[in-house]
Design a protein around this ligand. Sequence first.
Ligand code: SF4
Ligand code: SF4
Length: 176
Amino acid sequence: MQVEYPKPSWSQKFLVLDLLEGLKTTFRELFKPKVTVRYPEERNEPTDRFRGMFKFSYDRCIACKLCAVACPIDIIYIDVHDDMIEEGGKKKKVKVLDRYDIDVKRCMFCALCEEACPTKPKSIWLTTKTYELATYDRNDLYFNMQELEYWEDRPRYTGLPEEDEKPRLDETRLLK
Ligand code: SF4
Ligand code: SF4
């Protein structure tokens, strides 16, 4: 079925009113405060609840594996073995963590692992406000126990400014 459109009038053809209508929006937006930032020279500070890169604490972890069970896509790999220690003259059985790996490239940052962790404070958490671990190699995003604890020491992407050079965004520029 062929659709018949109404013929444009003479004024619509020659006065380009549609173009002016579009430009009206352009000029209106021109004078509004900008919300974009010139990353990486400028950056927004993530909110306190922002779920970013993990942090892991070996000392706090009790090797219970609850985080691995809670992970919906099974990307937390934990190996433990039992050991005996002496405490107050008595022998006590403890779990020792041999492996704690996360395949971060597959993570969807749901934080169910953090929620499941029973230690206080948590042994695994995502509120580090870090999202700058970009890499050219996917394999770099597989983190073992040591890397999850000390990823600040990893070589950084060369385009990023140093920590003390980072300008913070003027919050008055953000839309309320
Ligand atoms: S945040 Fe990542 S590792 Fe943790 S439960 Fe969700 S998908 Fe799994
Ligand atoms: S990180 Fe938390 S939930 Fe996971 S094994 Fe350690 S103590 Fe258990």
